[in-house]
Design a binder for this molecule. Structure first.
Ligand code: PEP
Ligand code: MG
Length: 589
């Protein structure tokens, strides 16, 4: 839709969390959501049964609504349908005799409160409990609980559900709160994008927006008060900026950016089937990092030639007990088969530090300094039963395609030897059980502890491959917590100490003739591609969304020239100068 600036109104800028890249420009459709009218009164003893029956009817009604929504999801793209399916299952579970239902009935019975008020109080109490956990994953669950509560209250008060049916074609939806279910009902052809007062990058709404490729910015609390329906709004989902009533120049700027992005997307799509090869014919393997199984589709469509890092933590999260061997095996097998003969690098559990898994709650102690505590392989070696079941699942999955086993946070040769003993024992046991396995898969290690990088030559003697985890390597080398924004300015991938450790590891791998990859965030930033290749790395693994851009960079590079530039960079002592030399090279080649 063509949109013109409104000359009488003031141009306003807001900055929030950009959760789905792209630019949307269109008239605002402001939705007054979140303001539920919750009546509150006391009931008499004789009314209790009636009130509970009213609550039960609202639960039934909510379940019917979810079923209807579920049938609608079948028409959605598969990734979105799957995401929404998980979500609706979770909502359905909350409605089925859960703590929520019991709590509400108790409040009606004991506190003699009407059903709407009982639902509201119970939801607030559950949400407060979650909030105390101070965890982003749990924050997303909090949203689910609020959504379920709002649905029950809407049923009780007979307030109809407001989707975006009234939004004119090409609108930008602006609301205090946009739930994942709301998002799933947005037709990407009809809605240009959305912006909301609440929400963060980890929530389901954000994930849905990315799957639907709808530009979205969340987390601008005062937005709805500043916008009226019909006013022109720009959503820049890449930078997280919202412009209300843009001036002519601003509109021109963003239209230009939108055209550029569309052209860039087309160009990158054409790269999908092309190999990752430099101008002087060096083959570079470009792999995907996977945090959740459903990302596999994206990995394949982005042109990944394998999974360079499968973080298995997802299997242990959001549940009360850890998965058993069979469950892990089935999940891993599906992934291995899904990659159709391309390699899958499965990393053993990397919990501890900032990564928590509630199913392991009683195993993880409250360390004084979690990042330096019982994390990753240290934890696995302390929990032989748990570790052996994961190893068994990996060995069994390896029967269905090329698998590599990757060990996180290794710091000594002894740890690798201990793991090898466990792996051999588990393999023998599987044979005795008559379970089909293949030869032992390659066992490699993460180089993410500075000491491991410095001892890379010794570790190469017991490892089949290296994977450099720059996220942790930078954190431990520079003593900067990767999750602490107060010291974020000191987190520097180009610090000479970090580069020397990568180079040292690459040289040790080369001498031992074992492959080395980089799978930290550095691998997904095209700015660092020339330097990493120049330091001797021939395999990069990254989030799928970054892969086409990195491939484009690889194909534009000359490996010999990159190596010479890396040599020049390694003579420098100052990261500012290193940055300059790298930027200079990137501009030319
Ligand atoms: C890393 O540390 O660079 C890495 C890839 O592992 P994670 O981010 O899972 O710690
Ligand atoms: Mg790591």
């Amino acid at each position: 839709m063509k949109t013109e600036p409104n000359s009488e109104r003031q141009e306003l800028f807001f900055d929030g969390v950009g959760v789905a890249a792209g630019i949307a420009i269109g008239p605002a459709h402001v939705v007054e959501s979140g303001a539920l009218n919750v009546p509150e009164y006391r009931i008499q003893r004789k009314q209790v049964d009636n009130e509970i029956a009213r609550f039960q009817a609202a639960i039934e009604n909510s379940r019917d609504q979810i079923e209807t929504l579920r049938s609608k999801t079948r028409k959605l793209p598969p990734a979105v349908a799957e995401e929404l399916g998980f979500l609706l299952d979770a909502h359905m579970q909350m409605l089925a005799g859960s703590r929520l239902v019991r709590g509400v009935e108790q409040r009606i019975e004991e506190d003699r409160r009407n059903a709407e008020a009982a639902v509201q109080s119970e939801i607030s109490q559950i949400v407060r409990g979650f909030a105390e956990l101070d965890d982003t994953y749990m924050a997303a669950r909090m949203q689910d609980i609020r959504d379920v509560g709002a649905r029950i209250i809407r049923s009780l008060t007979e307030t109809p559900y407001q989707a975006f049916k009234m939004a004119p074609s090409g609108s930008v939806i602006v609301a205090t709160e946009i739930t994942p279910a709301d998002t799933a009902l947005m037709e990407p052809g009809e809605i240009a994008g959305f912006a909301s007062g609440m929400g963060g990058a980890e929530g389901h709404t954000a994930i849905m927006a990315r799957s639907l490729e709808l530009p979205a910015v969340l987390g601008i609390p005062d937005l709805t008060a500043a916008v009226e329906s019909g006013q022109t709004v720009i959503v820049d989902g890449t930078t997280g900026r919202i412009v209300v009533n843009p001036s002519r120049e601003t509109l021109r700027f963003y239209r230009l950016r939108r055209r550029r992005l569309a052209r860039e997307r087309q160009r990158l799509e054409r790269l999908r089937a092309l190999p990752g090869v430099t101008r002087d014919d060096a083959r570079i393997a470009l792999h995907a990092n996977l945090e959740l199984p459903r990302e596999i589709d994206l990995a394949i469509t982005s042109g990944a030639e394998g999974i360079g890092l499968l973080r298995t933590e997802f299997m242990f999260m959001n549940r009360d007990t850890p998965p058993d061997e069979e469950e892990q095996y089935l999940t891993l097998r599906t992934l291995v088969e899904g990659m159709n003969g391309q390699p899958v690098t499965i990393r053993t559990l990397d919990v501890g530090g900032e990564k928590l898994a509630y199913s392991l709650g009683n195993h993880i102690s409250d360390a004084v300094n979690p990042a330096l505590g019982l994390r990753a392989i240290r934890f696995s070696l302390r929990q032989p039963k748990l570790f052996e079941s994961q190893v068994a699942a990996i060995l069994r999955a390896a029967h269905h395609g090329p698998v590599r086993m990757l060990l996180p946070m290794i710091s000594t040769v002894g740890e690798v030897q201990q793991v090898r003993t466990v792996v051999a024992r588990v393999q023998r046991r599987l044979k005795r059980r008559g379970v089909e396995t293949s030869n032992l898969p390659p066992i490699g290690i993460m180089i993410e502890v500075p000491g491991a990088a410095l001892a890379a030559d010794a570790l190469a003697g017991v490892s089949d491959f290296f994977a450099v985890g720059t996220n942790d390597l930078i954190m431990y080398t520079l003593a900067i917590d990767r999750a602490d924004e107060q010291v974020a300015h000191l987190y520097d991938p180009l610090h000479p100490a970090v580069l020397r450790l990568i180079q040292f590891s690459a040289q040790a791998a080369l001498r031992a003739r074992i492959p080395i990859s980089v799978c930290g965030e550095m691998a997904g930033d095209p700015r660092y591609t020339a330097l990493l290749l120049g330091l001797g790395v021939r395999e990069l693994s990254m989030s799928s969304a970054n892969l086409p851009r990195v491939k484009e960079r690889v194909r534009a590079l000359d490996l010999m020239a990159s190596t010479r530039r890396a040599e020049m960079i390694m003579d420098q002592a100052d990261s500012g100068r290193i940055e300059m030399l790298l930027d200079d090279f990137n501009e030319l080649a």
